[in-house]
Structure formats: structure tokens, C-alpha cells
Ligand binder design. Sequence first.
Ligand code: IPE
Ligand code: IPE
Ligand code: MG
Length: 254
Amino acid sequence: MALPFFSSTRTIPDISVVPRHIAIIMDGNGRWAKQRFMPRVMGHQRGVESVREVVKACRQMGVEYLTLFAFSSENWRRPADEVSFLMQLFLKMLEMEVSKMHQSNIRLKIIGDRSRFDVKLVKYIEEAEQLTADNTGLTLTIAANYGGRWDIMQAMHALSLAHPERATAFGEEELTPYLSMHYAPEPDLFIRTGGEQRISNFLLWQLAYTELYFTDILWPAFGRAELEAAIQSYQKRERRFGRTSEQLKGETDA
Ligand code: IPE
Ligand code: IPE
Ligand code: MG
């Protein structure tokens, strides 16, 4: 297993540059469709366009990691026909987009519990990850049937299996190699569209010190300009990770 990134809470990233890692909860598809008197699923369909635009903008801006929440472990509670539409849309996206992503040097990763996906979808996911594994451009992660609590539990389980002799006393840094996103630094910027101000079981561990940005814009209406606004807001923040503002400015001894 590759060496994990150490927690970003140790070093303070340069705020003036574009965030290295942006994580987004793409919310508001259903409401976007409803406002237009269309079925909810049309909002999901239109949301794919926003994904394309945001991926392109991130590549052009030099963002290294983009992580998108596509389907939560709680979304199975939705009506069966909506769940089935979302699964089909995911499969279709992979079929249509993976070779283009590969040409664009994108490394694609899918995180989440695959045990409830049908075999065809699992096969596509594995093939897509293999094909793009050595790409060096944007790392695009799609969180599908993902839950932050599931992730922490599966990591804890894997860690204890790897060390059956150790009953207790694992350190935080021993867990991180087993988390789904062990290959990426923690997100610098979190964006949630659609107006809700909650995390909804997204990357619980990794968001510990991420800058949060909430916007009322519904996901299908989110594009490059809205992403730039979020990044501008991020660039005005002061990331302190527990220190004082004076320490950061070098006014007192750190
Ligand atoms: C987000 O949009 C997409 C998924 C959860 C799959 P929603 O479907 O949650 O849209 P709203 O929140 O109902 O408007
Ligand atoms: C969160 O959206 C999950 C995704 C965007 C995939 P939801 O719309 O399902 O979130 P809650 O349940 O309203 O918080
Ligand atoms: Mg929603």
C-alpha cells in the first residue's frame, strides 16, 4: 500500500493558491426539476452536465483532486424507481465518459460499498479504475454508496485484521491508510449546493479541518462561475488548525 498523506492539519496550505482537493455534495437535482415541472430524475440527468463542466474547470485551474458525492449509503431509502434510475445513470456515465477521461489524463476512483451494486456495474468500475490508474492529471473520485461512518468502520475492521495481536491503542495515523481516500490529501474546500447546511455522512474523518462553503444554487445550475466564487471565498479564509492568527502572521513565537 502506498504511503498515505499525513493529516493536512499539520501543515498550513498556502491559501492564495487554488485548493488542492475540492469535495462537493451535489445537491438540489430534484428541486431543480420540480421548479421546471419535470420529474425528479430529469434533475439528475441535467446534473451530469454540471459534473462535466466542473471537472473541466478543475482540470484547467490545476485542482489536483476532485471528489463528488453521487449516492449516499442513505439514498437507498428513496423510491425504488429513482434508485434504479441513478444506478443506470452511473453505469451510462461510465460507459460514455471513461475513455474521454482517460484521454484527458484523469485518474478515476470510485469509493463506497460496492456489495449492493450489480455485477455489471462492479465490472465497469474495476475496469475504469484499472484503465486510468497511471494517469497523472486530475484525480476524480466518485463517492457511490458511500457513507463516512461506513468508511471509518471498514477501515477500523481492516486495521484490526492486519494486526490481530494488538487489542487496543491504534493511533490516528495507523487508521488513515485503510480509509477509502488514503491516496489523497484531506479536502481543502468542501462545497454543498442546494441550500442545506449539513454533511450528510460524507467524508466525516477527512473533513475535520476543511473549509466549508454552502450555496443555495441547485446542482444542475452550478458551473464554472459558481465554482470560481467558492474558490474566491476559500481564498479569503485563514486556516489556523488550532493556532492563533498572530502565530500565523509571525507576530509571536510559534
Ligand atoms: C442530489 O440531489 C443527488 C442525489 C442525492 C443523488 P437530490 O436528489 O437530493 O435533490 P433534492 O435535494 O431533492 O432537490
Ligand atoms: C446527499 O444528498 C448525498 C448526495 C448528494 C449524493 P441528500 O439530498 O441525499 O442529503 P440529505 O439526506 O437531504 O441530507
Ligand atoms: Mg437532496
